[in-house]
Write a protein that binds this ligand. Sequence first.
Ligand code: OSB
Ligand code: MG
Length: 371
Amino acid sequence: MKIESITLREIQMPLVHFFETSFGRTTHRRIILVQVLCDGVVGWGECVAGEGPFFNEEWTDEAWATLRTYLCPMLVGSNLNSAEQSAERMGKIRGHRMAKASIENALWDAEAKQKQLPLWKLLGGTRQEISCGVSIGIQDSVEQLLGKIETELAAGYQRIKVKVKPGWDLDVLQRIRSQWPNILLSCDANSAYTLDDVVRLREFDAFNLLMIEQPLWSDDIYQHSHLQSHLRTAICLDESIHTARSAAMAAELKSCRIINIKVGRVGGLSEAKRVHDVCQQHSIPVWCGGMLESGIGRAHNIALSSLANFTLPGDVSASKRYWAQDIISPEVEVSSQGTIAMRSEPGIGYQVDEQRIEKLTVRKETIRTQN
Ligand code: OSB
Ligand code: MG
């Protein structure tokens, strides 16, 4: 695959409803889209970095600078055997996994299109449909949260995840469980607790949760192993898993019993596959996390979720939960059974609405070869 050019665009879109976690509230997304041109075929990727460096170190303006200054020039003009090879080339840049993933994933789309294969098949996926859950942020009141849970359950979603933090945790879980004793329920702390909170965290065991996601520090694997040994509830790691190596470390230390895979957080689809494989070898079930993606990032998440060890419902849900209008056609829809069906078109399987993207674009830059 000869990479002829890479076009970066920043689009801005308001969320249908604000999304709040222990690290802050998001109302508008600033998303970088990556368009690669290889042998006349176009591939699309999305950078899932947030608007500020709060989930991890990456953020929109920083990712833009890293892409245009380092990553794009490193790849434009080169001739690769596969999308996977781009990850090796970008390996000499440390970190910046979300920026790297946006290029690598665009190349996967292009490669799948060149091979006339749906991306999920090129990745080795086996599922014809995937199971979906929802992630519901911290709300202004518990009543508002209960109303949202009711709506999502009625829509068919198979698992409800709520965000927690000190002051919005046990009472909230109690209210949810008294209304719905048997639903598949989990919570995500986004690193809001420390080991000083062990007594409080043990009280989470009373709610029969599927998991508690990333209770401790975002850079920690070791202390989670202590916490896991004190909890009946399974810990799921999100923020602290960056590579297949960190997943293996978490498995060996028994720091968690479940892992959330986010393609951007681990640097692209090839590493995401390796994380998946390592987890499978250690009998750790995985699910696909979300980063409030537009349809392009969402399509990549759907393809990844077709791999065999994605046995738990992911945070991959319908376009309309996020956007008044998405940038792909058709939009991502979830069935009344809480599933998304795989598509048979080559590549990501959804049409990218370039006209709409053009309208939403606030900056655009194409990186080409010099000669
Ligand atoms: O921790 O999983 C998380 C969104 C932004 C940053 C971090 C997280 C999330 C979500 C939302 O939980 C998942 C989604 O619906 O896209
Ligand atoms: Mg999380």
